[in-house]
Design a protein around this ligand. Structure first.
Ligand code: URA
Length: 240
């Protein structure tokens, strides 16, 4: 394996930046300075040091968390609110949220220490479908539903087409299922409001083909290698 790739996978820097570190003489292999950026190592055998620190590659982990309302999706909150990290404290690895759910949004959130995977999952180019259940005030009529489906003007531009279905109609509120593949800040709430309906509560029920089955609020499970591969293939596949 290339030394730069090893450093990148250990979370030191991007592959390109890691190559610069090698050329700058900040990396040693088995105690010897290596300045050749294409240098090949045997990961299970060679001892790599960066700035004098021994570097070990972290095992990659992929977690599906059922986030409850009242947790913030960041590693640290200056306001001292609970973070999703509090829910995965027993994992001895640094993981990060894959995208975000608002403090008052619940549901499916992925966490991982694999930067490449995170990028694949959140980049709009890869069109990962996110499914939400939004309880909205009032009864969206045909016009509101059409606006949501075809794309609606928000302050940061028109949204891409979405799939919208009415799941349940109450007297003065409606449960909608909304499928989007963008991931703009507070997107579903802003879309619904722009269509004339305030979101009362919001839950992400699916991410691609993954759902919350068997994972209670506040609990998590590890994704299987098959699920991780399927997610990557799903992102890479050309879905026109
Ligand atoms: N859309 C929102 O408005 N909020 C979320 O947390 C996720 C999607």
């Amino acid at each position: 394996m290339r030394l730069a790739k090893y450093l990148a996978e250990a979370g030191i820097a991007s592959r390109r930046k890691a190559e610069q570190f090698i050329v700058q003489g900040r990396v040693r292999v088995n105690g010897l300075l290596v300045k050749e950026k294409g240098y090949i190592i045997n990961p299970g055998f060679d001892r790599v040091e960066f700035d004098g620190r021994i570097i070990t590659r972290e095992e990659k982990v992929y977690i599906l968390l059922n986030k409850p309302v009242g947790y913030i999706c960041s590693v640290f909150d200056p306001q001292g609110r609970p973070t999703v990290m509090d829910l995965v404290k027993d994992i001895n690895l640094r993981v990060y949220p894959v995208g975000r759910l608002d403090f008052d949004t619940e549901g499916l959130l992925l966490l991982s220490n694999d930067g490449e995977f995170t990028n694949l999952m959140i980049h709009p180019r890869y069109e990962m479908t996110k499914t939400y259940q939004a309880l909205v005030a009032g009864k969206p009529g045909e016009e509101s539903l059409r606006m949501l489906q075809e794309g609606i003007q928000l302050e940061d531009g028109v949204t891409a087409p979405a799939q919208v279905n009415i799941l349940k109609a109450y007297k003065d509120k409606t449960l909608l299922e909304i499928k989007i593949h963008e991931g703009r800040k507070r997107q579903v709430k802003r879309m619904c409001l722009a269509a004339g309906h305030l979101v009362i509560s919001l839950k992400r029920t699916a991410f691609g083909f993954l759902n919350l089955q068997g994972v209670a609020p506040g609990k998590y499970r590890f994704l299987t290698p098959e699920e991780v591969n399927k997610l990557k293939q799903y992102a890479w596949s050309d879905r026109g």
